[in-house]
Design a protein around this ligand. Structure first.
Ligand SMILES: [Zn+2]
Length: 373
């Protein structure tokens, strides 16, 4: 599966899509109300098919609702049902049931097999209207779904999901490496090829901070507050785009260089405690998602070692384990074999050693299948 994101050209016609999104939100809220009412009357979950039938009937008499294609209406009912199932299964873990959403918070509608058609010259027909989008790349594979999405700036995007699987032929290098995440050095690599955190990450954080402070200082419901909100959204978007750009490039660089890549399972809460600030800013987990995606395409393996393994405190040459190693200590000498260690590099080497020794057989066969394919 592959997802494409395209921006729609600004056009007066787009107001129809905005209205469709609003109407979809209206249907969504109506479905939620029906669910709630049904439950309070019968003490039971409203069946998905009954709900769809009922909504379809109402829709026949409701012109506003007809702005949303029947496919998209089904999608709404299915989505709510999935959210309820999740709630029934995991409510003890704090999962909340789906609830009403304000119009401004309602952002999209999704079309499956019908209700749209891709035409030549970056044109897309939705319902009986034709919209133009900024076609940044060719769509490959069979289209599974088309989602129209509105961002907080009121701009419209289409998300196209296809069944295309793109296996990239990359030569195997025979190399493996362990990696340790950090703040200043984004990744310390077991073979010494460390990846520094780019300066722009730090700079953009500063800019974000300024923009959000500016926003919070403005008077509620004022024009200047709306302006500041838009600015904040823009800065946010820019930061996210730039960072994700960098992540994609890095993911390609690493998967070109190594066949097996080992990491520690992330313990974000623990890291936050240790470093006493929001490390979500550095988005390690976002990077790992991208890396796994790229690795899979290239037939490379990303594997994780247990986070309870003391990767920093264990001597990578003799396995001696220190009782304690404070965060401030960047270098240490092993009391057993007197080997000198840089803290992070030693950890990365250990991650590689443990990872390579515990790699599951299934992972290896996946790799060799990819090599022979
Ligand atoms: Zn040692």
């Amino acid at each position: 599966m592959e997802t494409y994101k395209f921006k729609l050209y600004q056009h007066k016609k787009n107001k129809h899509l905005h209205r469709s999104i609003n109407a979809a939100g209206n249907i969504y809220n109506h479905c939620i109300a029906l669910h709630k009412r049904y439950y309070s009357m019968f003490g039971k979950h409203l069946n998905k098919n009954r709900l769809m039938k009922h909504i379809a009937k109402l829709r026949r008499k409701n012109e506003y609702w007809q702005l949303v294609g029947s496919q998209a209406v089904q999608d709404i009912a299915q989505r709510i049902d999935r959210a309820y199932q999740l709630f029934f299964k995991h409510h003890k873990k704090g999962v909340r049931p789906p609830n009403f959403r304000k119009r401004i918070k309602y952002k999209s509608f999704t079309l499956k097999q019908a209700g749209y058609k891709f035409l030549d010259n970056n044109q897309l027909k939705i319902g009986n209207k034709i919209y133009r989008y900024w076609k940044s790349r060719e769509i490959q594979g069979k289209v599974k779904t088309v989602t129209i999405k509105r961002n907080p700036l009121g701009e419209l995007f289409i998300f196209v999901v296809t069944d295309h699987v793109d296996y990239q032929i990359t030569s195997m290098t025979g190399k493996s490496a362990g990696f340790d995440f950090g703040l200043k050095t984004f990744l310390t690599c077991s073979d010494g090829n460390d990846i520094d955190s780019p300066l722009f990450l730090k700079q953009s954080l500063k800019r974000l901070k300024l923009a959000s402070r500016d926003f919070s200082r403005k008077q509620k419901r004022s024009n200047s507050r709306e302006k500041a909100r838009k600015n904040l959204v823009r800065v946010h978007e820019k930061v996210t785009n730039r960072r994700s750009d960098w992540f994609w490039k890095l993911a390609h660089q690493l998967t070109d260089g190594y066949d097996y890549l080992y990491f520690e399972t992330l313990n974000l809460k623990g890291m936050q405690r240790l470093w006493g600030r929001k490390i979500g800013d550095l988005a390690f987990s976002e990077f790992l998602k991208i890396l796994e995606f790229v690795a899979q395409k290239k037939g490379k393996i990303v594997s994780y070692i247990d986070r309870w393994y003391p990767s920093s405190k264990t001597c990578s040459s003799c396995d001696y384990v220190l009782d304690e190693l404070s965060l401030a200590e960047r270098y240490w000498a092993c009391p057993s074999c007197s080997c000198k260690h840089g803290r992070d590099t030693n950890a990365a080497v250990n991650i590689l050693r443990v990872g390579a020794s515990t790699l599951r057989v299934g992972d290896v066969s996946q790799l060799s299948a990819a090599i022979s394919a």
